[in-house]
Write a protein that binds this ligand. Structure first.
Ligand code: SF4
Length: 296
């Protein structure tokens, strides 16, 4: 088949750390697509897994046409982990054959699908070249996870985290500050601390809840059942989260939704991080971004 370029369908999201990566879609859409705060695939496309041959054609096209060095590959879309293990192993091996000097191959994967795959299969993916999984932990609180329809519980999140770590695949966990609203803020943070301390991921990535268009949570905001945290309340959550963590993880807040950038390695940078959050807590609310309805 003569391709004129890489083929993409639907929204293509990738972690900021994958800015320079080659992006090849293995799946389209999200098989879950029910999280009440997530707008990414709410207007489609319907979830599907791309045929292995089609993915290989795209990889080969990139190899022949991109003359700059490719060091990392990211396979969108949401939840590429769901692909059949045999098929994904074939793609990983093919990718490594085309790019023998790759430094990293990364995907998104929700905890429920990681648990479904199990340790043996995740290890097979690791042996074939998968090096990092980004997981939307969002919260460690079962109440919050249920409210936002995440499709997992704290037990599933812990099990998934342990499977990834045992497989020697790097684990990047996302936490969404403010996701419990005012009502569940305390529980959101204390339970998130609890399970992150058990999992001890390689990376903890902080995001801040920002309502997005086309999301079910907007109805809760309209009805008043979900109350959005103020910037200072979010900063307090940030402070409590960092203070409570007893992990050996890299903390990043590499996202536009955050009010401040909190970055460092735990435990060694904890005091510096807490100090900087404390300084921000003293600032006037007008210096922080406004609360608005996001479109991206
Ligand atoms: S947050 Fe992730 S799992 Fe949830 S609907 Fe969005 S892409 Fe799917």
């Amino acid at each position: 088949m003569n391709l004129s370029g890489l083929r993409y369908e639907g929204p293509i999201y990738r972690p900021p750390s994958e800015t320079n990566s080659l992006l090849i879609q293995t799946t389209i859409g999200c098989p879950w697509n029910k999280c009440t705060f997530c707008m990414v695939y709410k207007n489609g496309p319907k979830f599907k897994i791309r045929p292995v041959e089609e993915i290989k054609e795209d990889l080969l096209w990139a190899k022949k046409n991109y003359l700059f060095p490719i060091e990392t590959v990211f396979f969108p879309s949401g939840n590429s982990i769901i692909m059949k293990t045999d098929d994904f192993v074939e793609i990983l091996i093919y990718t490594k054959k085309l790019y023998p000097n790759l430094k990293r191959i990364t995907i998104y994967g929700s905890s429920q699908y990681i648990v479904k795959k199990g340790l043996k299969d995740i290890k097979r993916l690791a042996d074939a070249g998968l090096s990092r999984i980004h997981v939307g932990l969002e919260s460690g609180s079962d109440v919050v996870l249920k409210n936002v329809c995440k499709g997992s519980t704290s037990d599933i999140q812990i099990e998934a985290g342990e499977i990834v770590k045992k497989s020697d695949v790097e684990l990047s966990e996302y936490v969404v500050l403010g996701l419990g609203g005012k009502k569940h803020s305390k529980q959101h943070i204390s339970e998130t601390i609890k399970i992150l301390n058990i999992i001890n991921p390689d990376f903890i990535r902080i995001r801040t809840f920002l309502p997005k268009i086309n999301t079910p949570i907007l109805n809760e905001i309209d009805s008043g059942s979900f109350k959005i945290l103020s910037p200072h309340e979010v900063l307090k959550e940030t402070y409590d989260l960092i203070k409570g963590l007893k992990v050996t993880s890299q903390v990043l807040s590499d996202h536009y939704t955050n009010y401040i950038q909190v970055k460092g390695r735990l435990p060694e940078d904890k005091d510096v991080m807490l100090k900087s959050i404390d300084q921000s807590l003293k600032k006037d609310k007008n210096v922080f971004r406004k609360i608005y309805i996001g479109t991206e």
